[in-house]
Ligand binder design. Sequence first.
Ligand code: CDP
Length: 231
Amino acid sequence: MHNATHNAIPVIAIDGPSASGKGTIAELVATELGFHYLDSGALYRIVALAAKQQNIAWDDALAVAECAKNLVIEFKNSQIFLNGADISEAIRTEEMGKGASRVAVHAAVREVLVDLQHNFCKAPGLVADGRDMGTVIFPNAPLKVFLTAATEVRAQRRYQQLINKKQADNDTQSSYADILQDLQERDARDQGRTSAPLIKAKDAILLETDHLGISQAVDYVLQNFQLKNCK
Ligand code: CDP
């Protein structure tokens, strides 16, 4: 439960679709404030990876939920360990992004991850990034931001990220058209599911990042947090 102890600790909930810039912005805001950071998408990616390793179909809700219950996940600095193995890179592929959005439709899977996410809420504060931070996981967060940008802008950003990665490890063949299509499918699945769909919380501030640089977006979030804190 999101109990009274948690309520005393400030949470900034940053939600939005893929490649909206959430992760980068949330991490920078957390660093700036000295707050903890929760990358909730990583948890769904880890579940997708673990299911694949155990030959469990992503669509098998109960088997995936059972698998998720038994995972030992550790976050150490910027590395993530699953049952002792460093899977920081393995979860960042496009395949695991798609797998994450497939396992994330199951209410039973989402339920298993709730306590894990609440445990990130520690003093002096938390910046939580995902799809349902402001609506389901931290509904009492004093500041909620919904980050978005046009689909084509987001697809272009993701494409650029993959090109940059390709220079590093030469492992992607994806075209812009594939990425745009994947993004549209992922958006539709995340928005259309019945359990914790991607939607702006009523009390969230809408921030469109099409023409906004990262540092402008970070400043905007920080300014709004100061305003909330002064009340
Ligand atoms: O990096 P990107 O924004 O593409 O994805 P992510 O944040 O790593 O999340 C991967 C997938 O996990 C999303 O497409 C969602 O389906 C799911 N997810 C979710 O359902 N709820 C969250 N709080 C975070 C992620």
